[in-house]
Design a protein around this ligand. Structure first.
Ligand SMILES: [Zn+2]
Length: 79
């Protein structure tokens, strides 16, 4: 099942292809690790964020989750 942060990393984000403008999508984890996706037009687009926001959010969510657990809450999340 993984952590709250891991569940967040499986979220998909959409963005336009810089070459043809067609919509592409990837998971936040692919953005975090800088994966490449291939567009139908043949362009290869590297998923790269400015800075390290995704990783920061992942850490923050995991921190939040462990704080909640320590306080006695049981978190459940759906994807
Ligand atoms: Zn394209």
């Amino acid at each position: 099942m993984g952590t709250l942060g891991d569940a967040f990393m499986r979220r998909r984000v959409s963005f336009p292809c810089p070459a043809c403008g067609g919509m592409l999508s990837g998971t936040l984890d692919e953005v975090r690790t800088g994966r490449s996706v291939r567009c139908a037009c043949g362009a290869t687009v590297r998923l790269k964020e400015q800075g390290r926001c995704v990783e920061e959010v992942r850490k923050a969510m995991n921190k939040f989750e462990s704080a909640m657990r320590r306080a006695g809450f049981r978190l459940r999340y759906r994807e």
